[in-house]
Design a protein around this ligand. Structure first.
Ligand SMILES: *Cc1c(COP(=O)(O)O)cnc(C)c1O
Length: 382
């Protein structure tokens, strides 16, 4: 324990007693300049040059043709699902081991999440679990894929790249294609993570990212939907801006729209942060490499990126042998002002999702009992 605390304190060069957060935002670039620029220009709201610039930057960072900025990652996921026509009475497959926003965005459309298991190594949605569920529990009825147990239509899959470690998205896509299911990648945590040379969030119909304060880069609050589908990107832009028809003075809206556009003020911050993404990833991967060395001959198992993937190591993660050891570590580290956190409670155990369908969730339960996130942000001094 002492060795771990010393290791972390040494890495972050902190003073005795100084708090070490899990992942704090660091502003070393043009943040103040760009944000000040929006204030001077008065264009702080949902129209402005930084929103366009942010969308262009995201396109080039992840390599998609289109990017639509939103107020946060949750709204990006919600509007993505909504744009695919997912609604009341549908079902969407996702993982139980995720942040609550993944399931909430599904629920906002009126659909129910179906919670399937993750792979132990990637901690992300298991292609085997999804394949098993679709083959054994679903049937095509008059052109729709129907869950035999609930009678509801299964409409999409939302895998999540857990803690920035990419999951088996190519295998998942093959299965989804066989069942004609679109995938929306919840890549909220995996900006800067790749499978082979392709950025996470870009393998399927839609991908979303978050720029919340705890993410790899932040703009206070923000999100983005990325896609190569031109029609879909136009519709996303339209319905995130109240579905307003362009006109010199009239207010006319041609469908139910949402006020989900990212303000220019936030976009300015996002642009300045994105300029530093490469540097942040280098530093984060260096820290992960140091942790890998540190945990090499210890009982705890550091969660390494799986083969053929490059993780941004958003939150470095360690797997303990059992829940008791995990809890002891959580207690001692937090008391020593070194912030560590367990993985989320599985989503199927939360009151609003208790009645949702799930599989055995064997790996999810195993991991949920044993995982701990350890300090992972870039250094804020030196
Ligand atoms: C952060 C996060 C989101 C969305 O986050 P916002 O706080 O709404 O930007 C969605 N899914 C996952 C897995 C996340 O970690």
């Amino acid at each position: 324990m002492k060795e771990f605390l010393d290791f972390v304190k040494d890495h972050y060069s902190t003073e005795p007693g100084e708090f070490i957060p899990l992942h704090a935002p660091v502003f070393r670039g043009n943040e103040i300049e760009y944000v000040t620029d929006t204030i001077r220009s008065t264009f702080v709201s949902s129209v402005g040059a930084y929103v366009d610039r942010f969308e262009d930057m995201m396109k080039s960072v992840v390599g998609t043709k289109y990017a639509v900025a939103t107020v946060n990652g949750t709204s990006a996921l919600h509007i993505g699902l909504y744009s695919l026509g997912i609604s009341d009475g549908d079902e969407v497959i996702t993982q139980a081991l995720s942040f609550v926003a993944t399931a909430n965005a599904i629920k906002y459309t009126g659909a129910d999440p179906v919670f399937l298991d993750v792979d132990k190594d990637s901690m992300s949605l298991s292609p085997a679990a999804v394949g098993f569920f679709l083959e054994n529990n679903c049937d095509f009825k008059s052109g729709h894929l129907v869950n035999k147990r609930s009678g509801k239509k299964v409409k999409a899959i939302v895998p999540m790249h857990t803690f920035g470690n990419p999951g088996r998205i190519e295998e998942l896509k093959k299965i989804a294609d066989r069942f004609h299911l679109p995938i929306i990648e919840d890549a909220a945590e995996s900006l800067g993570s790749f499978v082979k040379d392709k950025h996470t969030g870009t393998f399927c119909k839609l991908g979303i990212f978050s720029f919340n304060g705890n993410k790899t880069v932040t703009c206070g609050g923000g999100g983005v939907v990325v896609t190569d589908d031109e029609q879909l990107s136009k519709r996303l832009k339209h319905i995130t801006t109240t579905a307003k028809l362009s006109h010199p003075w009239e207010y006319s809206h041609d469908e139910l729209g949402f006020n989900y556009r990212m303000p220019n003020l936030n976009a300015a911050l996002a642009c300045a942060q994105l300029e530093q993404l490469g540097q942040f990833i280098t530093e984060k991967r260096n820290l992960a490499a140091k942790y890998i060395q540190f945990f090499k001959n210890r009982n705890e198992n550091f969660k390494n990126e799986i083969p053929n993937t490059t993780s941004n190591y958003w939150l470095n993660t360690v797997e303990f042998q059992n829940r008791k050891d995990r809890d002891q570590f959580l207690k001692e580290t937090n008391e020593a002002k070194v912030m560590t956190r367990p993985a989320w409670n599985l989503l199927n155990t939360l009151p609003m999702y208790q009645n949702c369908i799930s599989d055995s969730l064997e790996n999810s339960r195993y991991l949920s009992d044993r995982l701990v996130n350890i300090p992972s942000g870039v250094k804020w001094k030196g």
